[in-house]
Design a protein around this ligand. Sequence first.
Ligand SMILES: Cc1cc2nc3c(=O)[nH]c(=O)nc-3n(C[C@H](O)[C@H](O)[C@H](O)COP(=O)(O)OP(=O)(O)OC[C@H]3O[C@@H](n4cnc5c(N)ncnc54)[C@H](O)[C@@H]3O)c2cc1C
Length: 402
Amino acid sequence: MQPSPEDEQFRRRVRQWLEQGLTGRFAALRGAGGPGREEEAHAGRLAWNRHLAAAGWTCLSWPPEHGGRGATLAQQVIFHEEYARAGAPTRVGYLGEELVGPTLIAFGTPEQQRRFLPAIKAVDELWCQGYSEPGAGSDLAAVATAAELDGDEWVITGQKVWTSLAHVADWCFVLARTEPGSRRGAGLSYLLVPMRQRGVTVRPIRQLTGTAEFNEVFFDGARTGRDLVVGEAGDGWRVALATLSFERGVATLGQQIGFERELGALVALARETGTAADPVLRDKLARAWIGLEAMRAHALRTLAPDPDRAAAGPQAASTQAASTEASVLKLLWSRWRQELGELAMEVRGAPSMVARGEPYDLDDWQRLFLFSRADTIYGGSSEIQRNIIAERALGLPRQARP
Ligand SMILES: Cc1cc2nc3c(=O)[nH]c(=O)nc-3n(C[C@H](O)[C@H](O)[C@H](O)COP(=O)(O)OP(=O)(O)OC[C@H]3O[C@@H](n4cnc5c(N)ncnc54)[C@H](O)[C@@H]3O)c2cc1C
C-alpha cells in the first residue's frame, strides 16, 4: 500500500516533533518502560506523557469533539511506528487513553465523558483494568466481585488479580456482579472506582523478571458513586467486551518497529560473539527476520483501504481492525517474541544464565526472555485467540462453554 502525501507529511511532523521533544530532561528516557520494565523512571515518563498531551499527541484516535485528533487508522499506525523508532518511553497513561477512554466515548453519559476524558487526555489521572480474578481469567464471565447499592453509592467487595499498574492508578474500571444470583455475562456492571480510598488494598505481585508491575487488588467495602456505572447497570458484559476489542486494536501495530530494533541488536550481538557463524543459529536468525516480514505484511493488509471501514469513520475502523485480524497478529507477535528471547539466550550462550549483578540485575535480553513468557497470556491467551479465529473466521462450531 502506497502512503498518501498527507500521511507522509504527517509522518515527517511526528518524527520531527519527537526528535525535538526527546532532548534535555527527556533525553535520558529513551527506551524506558514497557513490559517487564514498568518500574523504570515512572515520574519522568509521567512528565513526558503530560508533555506529549500538552502538544496534542495523546488520544489520536478519539473524535475531535472529545478532545482527540480524529486521526485515521494509517495515521495512528504512523504515530506508533515513529514513536517506537524514536525509542520514546512507554506512556504511563495508555490504559486510560486506549481502553477506558474509547469505552467512555462509546458508552459513557455526557457527564461521565466531561468528568473523565479531559483528565485521561491530559494524563492527570491514571487508570487500571479490574477484570481478572482468581477464578475468572479467560473465562471472564465467571467474575464474582460483587457490588450493591447503598443509597447513592455502590459498595464493592471482592478480589481482582494481575491488575497492571494498580499501584500507581487513580481509578480502576471494575467488572462487578450487581445482580445477586445472576450468572455468566448477565447481571454484571462496569463500574468506575477510585483507587485511593479505604476499602481498596493493592498488593504487588513479583514476577520472574524481579519487578512487580501487576498486583492483587482487594475491594473490601470500597465505594463509588451510583452514577459511575458505564452503560446500564446489569449490561456491563457488553461494555467490557467493547473495551477488550479496543485492547486488541491498532496500538499493537507500531510495536513491530521495536521488534525490528531488537532483532537488529541480536544480529549485531551474534556477529560480535561469533555465533553468527553457527549454521543453526544463522538459520534461526533468518527465520526471525522472515517472521517479522510476515507480521509487517499482515499489518499492512489490515491497513489496506476498505470502503466499508472508511465510510464508518476512524473509531469504527479501529474497532473493526480489532477483530480476527487482531487475533492473528497477537498470535504471531507473541510467539515471535518468545522465540526471539529464546534465541537471544542461545546467542549469548552460558553467560545468559547468570545475572550481571546482585541481587538480581538482569540485562535486556534476560528480561526479554523471561517477560515474554507473559506475552502469550495477557490481552487474551494464545488458546483463546485460536478459539476466536476458529469460531469467527472459520465458522467452526462454538466451543462448549461452562
Ligand atoms: C503481564 C500481565 C498483565 C496483565 N494485566 C491485567 C490487567 O491489567 N487487568 C486484568 O484484569 N487482567 C490482567 N492480566 C490477566 C490476563 O488477562 C489473564 O492472565 C488471562 O486472561 C488468562 O487468564 P488466567 O491467568 O486466569 O488463566 P486461565 O484462564 O486460568 O487459563 C489457564 C490456561 O488455560 C488455557 N485456557 C483457558 N480457557 C481455555 C479455553 N476455553 N480453551 C483452550 N484453552 C483455554 C489458557 O490459554 C491458559 O493457557 C494480565 C496478565 C499478565 C500475564
